[in-house]
Design a protein around this ligand. Structure first.
Ligand SMILES: Cc1cc2nc3c(=O)[nH]c(=O)nc-3n(C[C@H](O)[C@H](O)[C@H](O)COP(=O)(O)OP(=O)(O)OC[C@H]3O[C@@H](n4cnc5c(N)ncnc54)[C@H](O)[C@@H]3O)c2cc1C
Length: 311
């Protein structure tokens, strides 16, 4: 528990890979840190997390457990609570927690992640993370050489990009464009050469083994890939007025940050992880570590200049 109106050097909102790694670095820099954790990380639906050195294949919640456990020696308080609101306050920020308490932070790190927006087709949500995947780097190896389909409604350049990429993992690939494929003659020819089939039928359902089309026909597949759209998971960046970058319908709206530090357009507010476009556990964690070091330096040098003025 924390006391009402408690004050911290840093409040981190979000305890996925980005927030947890930031908490580790800030704790080790002796910064009093509050880590607000409102729920599971984005990859929680997956059985295993891949592509992280020394932990390849570890279940996502086990990674979270290990990361939390390793915070124990440090001055980090983890609180399973949603941050509902934030406003600038004297020399920092006032963060309102679910339930009404307010805490004070000299610096704020947003690590609230993104939400995946799946096409509205029955079966996709149910299979998400098990029979429906989005990232071949995360889950491609496990389904290599199998019968795969990739659903890219609207086709076009994204369908071409995904077709060429996923072909690296299997020669048995069908692109489902859910309507006209909108490929150039050159793109179509390159995909033909790679043996990637295009299917323009409208998709009605995925049952974990078969795609059923609106005309009632079926296509058996071991796994379905899909590229969801994304949206910011939290409204806090908007409340603070952080500048954003619109990366189009798929990548969605990301927070604009200084790449070397993770500093947003609002002084004192930093951001890390998927919400700035990282998209992998190792990258989200790295951006959390980078922002944490920048925040510590910001506090150190801010305090040093203040002491200089007063002496
Ligand atoms: C199905 C699936 C499988 C994946 N598999 C892999 C994989 O194998 N390998 C890999 O490298 N990547 C994988 N990824 C990507 C990976 O999950 C993300 O890159 C990573 O989780 C990003 O970490 P993050 O900390 O930025 O955000 P998140 O993991 O989304 O964590 C954000 C956290 O912030 C919390 N939060 C949000 N708002 C608030 C608030 N207002 N107050 C308090 N807390 C808040 C959320 O509850 C959440 O816990 C996968 C993604 C998905 C969807």
């Amino acid at each position: 528990m924390i006391s009402k109106d408690a004050s911290f050097d840093v409040v981190i909102v979000g305890a996925g890979s980005a927030g947890l790694n930031a908490a580790l670095v800030l704790g080790r820099a002796r910064r009093s840190t509050l880590l607000l954790d409102s729920g599971p990380p984005r990859n929680a639906p997956a059985q295993a997390s891949h592509g992280l050195l020394t932990r390849d294949g570890t279940p996502p919640l086990e990674l979270t457990r290990l990361a939390r456990e390793q915070l124990a020696p440090y001055p980090v308080t983890r609180l399973a609570r949603l941050a509902e609101g934030v406003v600038p306050a004297q020399e920092g920020f006032a963060v309102t927690l679910e339930g009404g308490n307010t805490v004070h932070a000299r610096r704020l790190l947003l690590a609230t992640g993104v939400t995946d927006l799946l096409p509205d087709i029955p079966g996709l949500q149910e299979g998400w993370g098990t029979t429906v995947h989005h990232c071949p780097y995360c889950h491609g190896w496990e389904v290599r050489d199998q019968d795969l389909a990739d659903l890219i409604p609207g086709g076009g350049d994204m369908a071409y990009h995904r077709g060429v990429l996923l072909r690296q993992w299997t020669p048995h690939l069908v692109l489902l464009t859910h309507g006209p494929a909108h490929l150039t003659a050159q793109q179509q020819s390159n995909l033909d050469d790679l043996g990637v089939r295009i299917d323009e039928r409208l998709v009605a359902q995925w049952d974990g083994r078969n795609v059923t089309f609106e005309d009632g026909t079926r296509l058996g597949r071991d796994t379905l890939f899909v590229t969801p759209g994304q949206a910011q998971r939290s409204a806090l960046p908007e409340q603070l007025g952080c500048a954003r970058i619109d990366r189009g319908p798929l990548a969605g709206v990301l927070l604009a940050v200084t790449p070397e530090t993770g500093l947003t357009s609002v002084p004192g507010v930093y951001a890390a992880g998927d919400m700035i476009g990282e998209q992998q556990v190792v990258l989200a964690a790295a951006s959390g570590a980078r922002a944490a070091a920048a925040i510590n330096a910001d506090l150190c040098f801010g305090d040093a200049s203040r002491w200089t003025i007063h002496t």
